[in-house]
Design a protein around this ligand. Structure first.
Ligand code: NAP
Length: 306
C-alpha cells in the first residue's frame, strides 16, 4: 500500500477522491492538509509544508486545490521526493506545467496530470469504434448550471480559474484522447460577465490536422437538463458520447458500458505509473484553452451573482 496525503479538502476531494481512495487496493489515506477542513480518522494539517515535514511515511500526494495554487504545492511535494497526482487542469499556465514536468524528472518521482473525463466509461470504446473510420465533423455541446456545480466558488471566476473552461476542458480532454495528432484552434468567442475575470460562455472552432472541423459550445447558464455531449459524424454514421463520456450511442443505439468509475480508474493508473516509474502529463487540452484566451474575441454580458 502506498501512503497518500490529500491537499485541499473541498468538493471534488469529498465527492470523488475520498471514496475512491477508500476503495483502492493500492493507496491508504494517511493525512490531509486543508486550511478549513479535516477528514475523520487521519491527522490534519493547515498546509502541505506542515504535512510533508511531519508525515515522513507519506510517499505520494493528491492535490485537489484550485489550479492557481497547485504549482507551488506540486513543486514542494516533488522536491521532498513525493509522487504527485494533480487534479485537472494541470496548471494555471502552460509554462508552469512544463516546469513541473522538468521538476518531476529531476526528483525522479511520478507526476500524474489527471483528466478524469478521459476515464469515463464510453471514451475507450468510442476510440476503438472510431479507429479505421473517416471522421467528417465533430460538435461539442457542454452546457451546465454553474450555480448547481460550483456553488459559492470564487476561484473559478478569478484569473487562472478558467471560468466556463473549467468544465469545458473536460470535453477537450476527451477530444484530444479520441483524435490522434494536433488539433488547431482557428477561432473563438468568449463572453465575460461584466463583474468577472473569467468567461461564462465560449464558442470554439477547431480543425484536426487532416482538415476535419470541430465546433464546441460551452455555456454555464443552462438550467434544467444539462448537456455534456460530443457528436462525431463519420462515414459509418454518427457516434454520440453523452453524459460527459459515460454514455455511448452509435446511430442512436445505446451501447452497453461498465458503470461510471472515473476516479477509481485514475487511482489504479496512478499506482501503475508509480510502479513503472513513469509520469503522465498531457497539456494539449490546456493548450487549446490558452489559445482561446489568446485569439478569442471578447464580449461582455450581464453581471453574474451567486
Ligand atoms: P473547491 O470545492 O473550492 O475545493 C478546493 C479546496 O482547496 C477548498 O475547499 C480549499 O480548502 C482548498 N484551497 C486551498 N487554497 C485555496 C485557495 N487559494 N482558494 C480556494 N480554495 C483553496 O473546488 P473543487 O470543486 O473541489 O475543485 C478543485 C479542483 O478540482 C479544480 O481544479 C477543479 O477543476 C477540479 N475538479 C472539480 C470537480 C467538481 O465537480 N467540483 C470535478 C473534477 C475536477 P481549505 O479552505 O480547507 O484549504
Amino acid at each position: 500500500m502506498i501512503s497518500l496525503g490529500l491537499v485541499g479538502l473541498g468538493k471534488i476531494a469529498r465527492d470523488q477522491h475520498l471514496p475512491a481512495i477508500a476503495r483502492s487496493a493500492d493507496f491508504t489515506l494517511c493525512a490531509v492538509a486543508s486550511r478549513n477542513a479535516r477528514a475523520d480518522g487521519v491527522p490534519a494539517y493547515p498546509d502541505l509544508d506542515a504535512l510533508l515535514a511531519r508525515e515522513q511515511a507519506v510517499e505520494a500526494v493528491v492535490l485537489c486545490q484550485p489550479p492557481q495554487v497547485r504549482h507551488a504545492a506540486a513543486r514542494a511535494a516533488m522536491a521532498a521526493g513525493r509522487h504527485v497526482f494533480l487534479e485537472k487542469p494541470p496548471g494555471a499556465t502552460l509554462s508552469e506545467v512544463e516546469d513541473l514536468v522538468e521538476a518531476a524528472g529531476r526528483a525522479g518521482v511520478t507526476l500524474f496530470a489527471s483528466w478524469h473525463s478521459r476515464f469515463a466509461a464510453g471514451v475507450e470504446p468510442a476510440r476503438s469504434w472510431l479507429a479505421g473510420r473517416r471522421i467528417e465533423g465533430i460538435t461539442i455541446e457542454w452546457k451546465e448550471d454553474v450555480r448547481q456545480w460550483h456553488p459559492g466558488q470564487d476561484w473559478i471566476w478569478q484569473p487562472g480559474g478558467l471560468g466556463v473552461f473549467d468544465p469545458g476542458i473536460n470535453a477537450l480532454s476527451i477530444l484530444t484522447r479520441l483524435l490522434p495528432g494536433t488539433i488547431r484552434l482557428e477561432d473563438a468567442e468568449l463572453q465575460f460577465p461584466a463583474n468577472r475575470q473569467a468567461p461564462i460562455a465560449a464558442r470554439l472552432q477547431m480543425r484536426v490536422a487532416n482538415g476535419t472541423p470541430v465546433e464546441a459550445e460551452f455555456d454555464w447558464r443552462q438550467t434544467g437538463r444539462q448537456s455534456w455531449n460530443i457528436t462525431i459524424h463519420t462515414d459509418a454514421g454518427a457516434l454520440l458520447l453523452a453524459d460527459g463520456g459515460n454514455s455511448l450511442f452509435v446511430e442512436g443505439a445505446a451501447q452497453a458500458l461498465p458503470g461510471e468509475s472515473e476516479y477509481p480508474a485514475m487511482y489504479d493508473h496512478f499506482a501503475a505509473l508509480i510502479a513503472e516509474r513513469r509520469s503522465d502529463v498531457d497539456a494539449s487540452p490546456l493548450r487549446l484553452v490558452a489559445d482561446a484566451f489568446l485569439i478569442g474575441r471578447r464580449s461582455f454580458t450581464e453581471a453574474f451573482h451567486d
